[in-house]
Design a protein around this ligand. Structure first.
Ligand SMILES: C[S@@+](CC[C@H](N)C(=O)[O-])C[C@H]1O[C@@H](n2cnc3c(N)ncnc32)[C@H](O)[C@@H]1O
Length: 190
């Protein structure tokens, strides 16, 4: 989906190319349950639910404007399967999200990254995927340490920086987006 497909406000959104890679890493083709933490505009939750009609999604968000955007984007795409959860993660989730999630995406953590990673380990079923989108080096470092602590196997990380053609005066240039880290790993199968 294009970024312009989503209703947007002042809330930062995971951009199209990063979203595509994150969704590929979440490996949702056979998934039934996904949790989007720090869902922002809801772009990741909404695109996942649009691609996979059987997928149940919980979209957790703490910010009032973002919650409104998520709800409006869900209405736009007629997605009753996305459950919008208001609050600060980590927080208790009902079944089937607790302990049975196939995939957890973290797009925002607000200083709770370590706690969110430990909690994601409880949400995920064995073999479930955890994908974390990060901007700060310090957060990448903290995430790697927490993944080891929680026993996630073989974390993989890429750094992506996308620039897109844009007008500048009478010409064109490549307007850069922020570089992002996409960290992904799997909970051990038992
Ligand atoms: C970069 S934005 C997420 C972008 C989102 N993936 C999208 O495509 O729109 C980060 C979001 O995480 C939310 N957030 C940060 N920490 C949070 C927490 N601990 N619990 C819930 N939401 C959180 C922020 O309010 C913000 O809307």
């Amino acid at each position: 989906m294009k970024d312009e497909d989503f209703i947007r406000g002042a809330v930062p959104m995971t951009k199209r190319e990063v979203r595509q890679i994150a969704l590929e890493r979440l490996d949702l083709a056979q998934a039934q349950v996904m949790v989007d933490v720090g869902a922002g505009t809801g772009s990741v939750a909404v695109e996942a639910a649009c691609r996979y009609p059987a997928l149940k999604v919980a979209a957790i968000e703490r910010n009032a404007e973002a919650l409104d955007l998520i709800r409006r984007n869900c209405d736009k795409f007629r997605l009753g399967r996305v459950q919008v959860v208001e609050g600060v993660a980590p927080l208790p989730l009902p079944l089937p999200f607790a302990g049975q999630a196939d995939a957890v995406f973290v797009g925002g953590s607000g200083g709770n990254l370590q706690q969110i990673i430990l909690w994601a380990g409880d949400l995920l079923a064995p073999g479930g995927r955890l994908v974390i989108n990060l901007i700060l080096l310090e957060n990448l470092n903290e995430a790697l340490k927490s993944l080891t602590l929680r026993g996630f196997s073989r974390p993989d990380c890429i750094q992506i920086q996308v620039s897109s053609l844009a007008r500048l005066g009478n010409g064109h240039y490549f307007k850069p987006n922020n570089p992002a880290f996409i960290l992904s790993c799997q909970k051990e199968k038992v």
